[in-house]
Design a protein around this ligand. Structure first.
Ligand SMILES: Nc1nc2c(c(=O)[nH]1)N[C@H]1C(S)=C(S)[C@@H](COP(=O)(O)O)O[C@H]1N2
Ligand SMILES: [Mo]
Length: 516
């Protein structure tokens, strides 16, 4: 067979095989299996430090677009690699296209990629979107991948044979007209597989986190307790886990005397507590709404750790989610009575997007530490690091005192002779796990401060809401600033030496225009 023909047949079979493999991956993803489409991104993102990560995110237009870019380029990469692999295969097969190449092609297109994936993606295999524990999840991920590359190999080999198989030699015609017809047929199969893939991708897109990742809670709507469907949301995932609690386990292991595995119903044996606790993302800007407050019901993490019995070398606790997200907290913090394993949020079971069936609540620490879809508690030494920590966030994960003006809006206009009374100024103040003792507001960019009324005191672990009446005496442009004092008496301040990746500090300011 001519070289060009072999290359063409290999290339076409390779592209169709890559399409079939990608469609297979999308199908597995619909069943909650982790595939390279997402775990390659998980594996790579820990190597991108927060500076470049944020600028990349800015360039592509946000976290959601970055996730889409990640999945999109993985698919594109698979198609390119499939095409090249197919062309090389065709080239090698040109002398003897009918040869049943099973052994060598299985070695090349199934075993080799499997080994590569085992090695390169080992840390992220233990991912399951239906909530399997880490070890079985790892097995399912690898079996799923093996299935995908097997689909690739079979499609490639059979497709190539189909394209190049000699026709029954009628008269002296060579098979040139046949290859055109067959190429058309195989392409049609490829297009059908691509159509199936697109349909699956659309189904996944509807289930994806794009519609709610980055949800903020701020402004006029802010109430003491954030309703679950308005609670801010941040996730590293493209499609969040929907845990089947019958498959789910909680493992406690690492540096402990007694390792244990818990089923969900056994955890209800621990005596329940309920705490109001505010969560805030480390990336929350001074004027932003990646902060919310809820009533969390569960039990203290320390009740579980006491049964496990940490060894003397224990210093940190690494928390693992079923989505392969991890983060660590100091053992001391884990042993505080307010550090919870929560299963209810505002009186109902945790919603899927907030970590059903179990999440960690670590008062006073940034949102990252409040691991959702918890599946393993690993007691470790001092060196363990979490997902965002490995990226380079931190080193400080305790929330500084913050306040925000929610009402009126920034850049709003008032007219003195149309005002029927004072202007209401409202907002929130959050002091980590130290509570809030005082809130002051300034109307002249911080020269004169006046006390605001705390009309909702959330306690030590939650935000407080404040308000004050403001009657501007003359027209002008006013700069409003708020500042809070935490429960220990420390006044909110700008900390110029704090790393920008340990959360911003400073004051929220708004400008209000008052006309005559
Ligand atoms: N398993 C898991 N837990 C996670 C995350 C995640 O992606 N996966 N995101 C973290 C981040 S960055 C934040 S700010 C909080 C947000 O919690 P919420 O979405 O319930 O508000 O969850 C944290 N816990
Ligand atoms: Mo976050």
């Amino acid at each position: 067979m001519s070289r060009a023909r072999a290359l063409f047949a290999g290339l076409l079979a390779g592209v169709v095989a890559a399409i079939a493999m990608t469609a297979m991956m999308l199908l597995l993803a619909c069943f909650g299996v982790a595939t390279p489409l997402v775990i390659i991104g998980d594996r790579l993102s820990v190597f991108i430090p927060p500076g470049p990560f944020l600028s990349l995110m800015g360039k592509v237009g946000g976290y959601n677009h970055l996730k889409q870019l990640g999945v999109g380029s993985t698919i594109a990469g698979q198609l390119v690699v499939g095409a090249i692999g197919g062309a090389i295969f065709g080239f090698c097969m040109r002398r003897n296209p009918g040869k049943p190449a099973t052994l060598s092609t299985i070695a090349l297109f199934v075993v080799l990629p499997l080994i590569a994936v085992v090695i390169a993606l080992w840390p992220v295999h233990g991912t399951s979107y239906v909530g399997l524990p880490i070890a079985p999840a790892r097995l399912v991920t690898l079996v799923g991948f093996a299935l995908c590359v097997f689909v690739f190999e079979r499609t490639l080999v059979l497709g190539f044979q189909f394209l190049t198989r000699p026709t029954i030699q009628r008269e002296d015609r060579e098979f040139s007209p046949a290859i055109g017809r067959r190429a058309f047929l195989l392409s049609a199969i490829g297009v059908a597989a691509a159509g199936g893939g697109v349909a699956l991708a659309r189904k996944l897109y509807r289930a994806a986190t794009f519609s709610y990742d980055g949800t903020q809670y701020k402004g006029r709507v802010v109430q003491p307790i954030t309703p679950n469907d308005l609670f801010y949301c941040v996730t590293k995932n493209v499609v969040d886990p929907r845990v089947d609690v019958r498959l789910w386990h909680l493992e406690v292991n690492g540096l402990v005397h007694n390792q244990a595995t818990w089923r969900f119903q056994d955890l209800t044996g621990f005596s329940a507590v309920e705490h109001e606790t505010t969560l805030m993302c480390i990336s929350n800007g001074l004027d932003a709404g990646l902060i919310s407050n809820a009533l969390w019901k569960g039990f203290p993490l320390r009740d579980l750790l006491k049964q496990a019995g940490p060894l003397s070398a224990a210093a940190r606790v690494r928390l693992h989610g079923v989505d392969n997200y991890t983060d660590t907290i100091p053992l001391e913090k884990a042993m505080e009575p307010t550090t919870l394993l929560a299963y209810e949020m505002n009186g109902v079971p945790l919603p899927d997007r907030h970590g059903y069936p179990l999440r960690v609540i670590v008062p006073g620490y940034f949102g990252e530490k409040h691991v959702k879809w918890l599946t393993r508690i690993e007691v470790t030494d001092a060196n363990a690091k979490g997902f965002y920590e490995t990226q380079g966030w931190g080193p400080d994960f305790m929330t500084p005192t913050r306040s925000r003006i929610d009402v009126p809006d920034h850049e709003s206009w008032f007219s003195l002779n149309q005002l029927s009374g004072a202007i209401e100024v409202k907002g929130m103040a959050y002091g980590g796990d130290r509570g809030i003792s005082r809130v002051e507001v300034s109307f002249d960019d911080g020269r004169i401060w006046r006390d605001a009324e705390i009309y909702y005191a959330g306690g030590d672990l939650a935000w407080s809401l404040w308000k004050t009446d403001w009657m501007p005496e003359q027209p002008g442009n006013y700069t409003l600033v708020a500042r809070a004092t935490d429960g220990k008496g420390t006044v909110q301040k700008w900390e110029p030496d704090r790393s920008p990746f340990s959360g911003v500090t400073g004051f929220h300011k708004i400008v209000v225009h008052v006309a005559a």
